[in-house]
Design a protein around this ligand. Structure first.
Ligand code: UDX
Length: 430
């Protein structure tokens, strides 16, 4: 089994490190945050991810996984070096590669001959070749060091499962012998392996995320049409999904997509298209449609309270960008809450997991239960599809509310049951 270094102990890095250790490799993960490194070595995981703490504990116990401070310390003996550092969105919408560049410059002199530097972070097309060039400029002996792209397709909340039961493993590398070595790291994963050139591998990641975002924006547009034409989008999605070319997944309308990937990656791809002199109006429509979908929720809220949100007390159910994660990055729920506050509403928000994360919104207080959020509110807005919200005690919450009006942006409540109890129900496309 191979010696692996993972640089960056964030969502992707911890999962990659723990899963590769689980597959039998010896893994050293380096991060610049010493408190995080110490915590991880004690088995404390800074993120909420199903099954991850068990795998980290297993790795620490077996001695196949450890965390160290800094990139150089991690790469010393490694044959494979995974770059899992952030590539945030720059001011102009492009991906900011400064973390990648800094790490490459730092490790260039410490790499052993025959090692392979692998981009796992989502990076613009051309970055793997850029890493190769940087390694050379920084004095690395590039004839002896390989580079490859190996994008991740991990969803938050299920990243361990997505890694160990991957739909596919993509390896982009100009050297086929190196590509085979990288592929062999995944021998225990039993997934189809796509070996290709680095640029295509990088594009596979962007195209996949942009396509999924397109599915969502398309379905949101259909949902809006369903409202205008008196159709039910849930029925429409069901009828569409049986066509295997369409499939059932990612047809769920809502307040628009969010999270740390789709908004950033669609915008980076749009930026790359512009830079290449190419038009991509379809993708621009997906992005614009998504923001419009967030805003549409504000229009619905306004209409439900009679046109003016000033002074209206609103119960917010959910802040995470989707269920089963504590992540609020680019969360449509946070967007909608912030806009409601800007429109003059007073908010009491409850989220089962995102509570500890800091979301600071004027006139929003955080509470510990749905009932507390509902107390005295004239509108309840469901923004994240947590299971806990699917099984609400409508009578108890109805008692707490000032007015029984609910905006269900995730279509998870039963409109018939609610209307029977005298509630005003508004969903998306139904
Ligand atoms: C995504 C990709 O799925 C993953 O392959 C990639 O590696 C990283 O980005 P993630 O950000 O964890 O994963 O979230 P995902 O489950 O894909 O959801 C993204 C957003 O789309 C969420 O805001 C979600 O609520 C929304 N969504 C998803 C919908 O609005 N409707 C759907 O049908 C599915």
């Amino acid at each position: 089994m191979s010696d692996v270094a993972v640089i960056g102990a964030g969502y992707v890095g911890i999962t990659t490190a723990a899963c590769l250790a689980h597959l039998g490799h010896s893994v050293v993960a380096g991060d610049i945050d010493s408190a995080r490194v110490d915590a991880l070595n004690r088995g404390e995981i800074p993120i909420h991810e199903d099954g991850l703490s068990e795998l980290v504990a297993e790795g620490l116990e077996s001695g196949r996984l450890r965390f160290v401070l800094g990139a150089s310390a991690a790469v010393a003996d490694a044959e494979f070096i995974f770059l899992c550092v952030p590539t945030p969105q720059g001011d102009d919408g492009s991906a900011d590669l400064s973390f990648i560049d800094a790490v490459v410059l730092e490790i260039a002199g410490s790499l052993r001959s025959g090692s392979v530097v692998i981009n796992k972070s989502t990076v613009p097309v051309g970055t793997t070749r850029r890493v190769q060039r940087l390694l050379g400029e920084a004095g690395g002996s590039i004839d002896e060091i390989g580079v490859a792209s190996n994008p991740e397709f991990l969803r938050e909340g299920t990243s361990v499962r997505d890694f160990l039961h991957a739909s596919r493993v993509v390896v982009g590398c100009d050297n086929s012998a190196t590509a085979v070595r990288v592929s062999e790291l995944y021998a225990g994963v039993h997934a189809p392996i796509v070996v290709t050139d680095p640029a295509s591998a990088e594009m596979i990641k962007y195209a996949s995320n942009a396509f999924l975002a397109t599915k969502i924006s398309f379905m949101n547009a259909i949902a809006n049409l369903c409202e205008a034409l008196d159709a039910d989008v849930s029925e429409v999605a069901l009828g569409m999904g049986y066509d295997t070319r369409i499939g059932f997944e990612f047809l769920q309308p809502g307040p628009g997509y969010g999270g740390s990937c789709f908004p950033k990656d669609t915008s980076a791809l749009m930026h790359a298209a512009h830079a290449a002199g190419a038009e991509f109006p379809l993708l621009q429509g997906v992005i614009d449609g998504n923001v419009a979908q967030h805003e549409r929720m504000i229009d619905k809220a306004k209409r439900l309270v009679g046109g003016d949100l000033r002074g209206v007390e609103v119960a917010i159910l959910g802040l995470a960008f989707k269920a089963n994660t504590d992540d609020v990055r680019d969360s449509p729920a946070v967007y909608v809450a912030r806009r409601l506050s800007e429109e003059g509403a007073t908010l009491r928000a409850y989220d089962p997991k995102a509570a500890a994360n800091s979301v600071l919104i004027d006139s929003m207080t955080r509470v510990d239960s749905v009932t507390e959020a509902a107390k005295g509110a004239s509108l309840m807005v469901v923004l994240t599809e947590w299971d806990e919200f699917r099984w609400l005690n409508f009578d108890e919450i109805g008692e707490a509310l000032e007015k029984r009006i609910v905006l269900d942006t995730r279509n998870i409540l039963d409109p018939v049951a609610l209307r029977r109890r005298g509630w005003i129900y508004e969903g998306v496309g139904r």
